[in-house]
Design a protein around this ligand. Sequence first.
Ligand SMILES: Nc1ncnc2c1ncn2[C@@H]1O[C@H](COP(=O)(O)OP(=O)(O)OP(=O)(O)O)[C@@H](O)[C@H]1O
Length: 257
Amino acid sequence: MSAWGLGRRTAVRAEPVERAPAVAVSQVSKVYPGGVRALDNVSLTVWPGTFVAVMGPSGSGKSTMMHCAAGLDSPTSGSVRIDGREIAGLDETCRTELRRDRVGFVFQAYNLIPSLTLEDNITLPLRLAGRSPDRQWMHALVERVGISGCLGRRPAELSGGQQQRAAVVRALVAKPAVVFADEPTGALDLHSAHQILQLLRGLVEEFHQTVVMVTHDPAAAAWAHHAVVMADGKVIDALEAPTAARLADRLIALGGR
Ligand SMILES: Nc1ncnc2c1ncn2[C@@H]1O[C@H](COP(=O)(O)OP(=O)(O)OP(=O)(O)O)[C@@H](O)[C@H]1O
């Protein structure tokens, strides 16, 4: 059964294996105060072990979708499940806990704390949650992303690319069900951006992680296994093994909207 297509449920798949979807957004709408319908009946399923890019023109609803899917914001209607757990009805405290335990974030601006070493930055969210990091897992990640020699240094002593690698480790160290990455390469030069994207793809494939990345850049989105294209608060297209050229064509065609 093809899961793609307009108006139908958009399923972003690896093999639907042993677990629940990492994220299941089902018929979600979001109307902001003032009446802007930022999401209009959006459905999206992300299976564990997949790298998914979300694209679309400015104002198409990408950030709103990410915020609803990650439990940062609540939809006006519809259902959001993270790792099988419904979040739409949870109060703010429970949503915060679920987010802390099951969701990782990578932002354009790294968001590392300047006064802390990289290692302390990486472990801070876990320590704040009263958990101790799985040191073997942390060192495997640190090794894999190539910052093992930098753990004792502070962010200002590192390049943007190195800081973003640390942010990627920080997002993954708690073994989240899903990592949401919002323009993770937006502040990086081409070479560093390429390395971060290669890394995200590698971490998904080698460690069976799950990444949902919002980006404006077709070349960045082409690193994902699947891309969804949004316009006017809807998912209007989904591409498997997207290429930058196909995505660019699709976005150019939407240019007038
Ligand atoms: N807090 C808010 N209150 C009211 N309207 C909002 C709010 N946040 C976003 N919107 C509106 O919702 C729509 C979708 O915005 P959203 O930020 O999700 O789009 P986007 O695709 O992420 O855009 P961009 O690529 O520019 O970041 C837009 O019309 C926007 O103006």
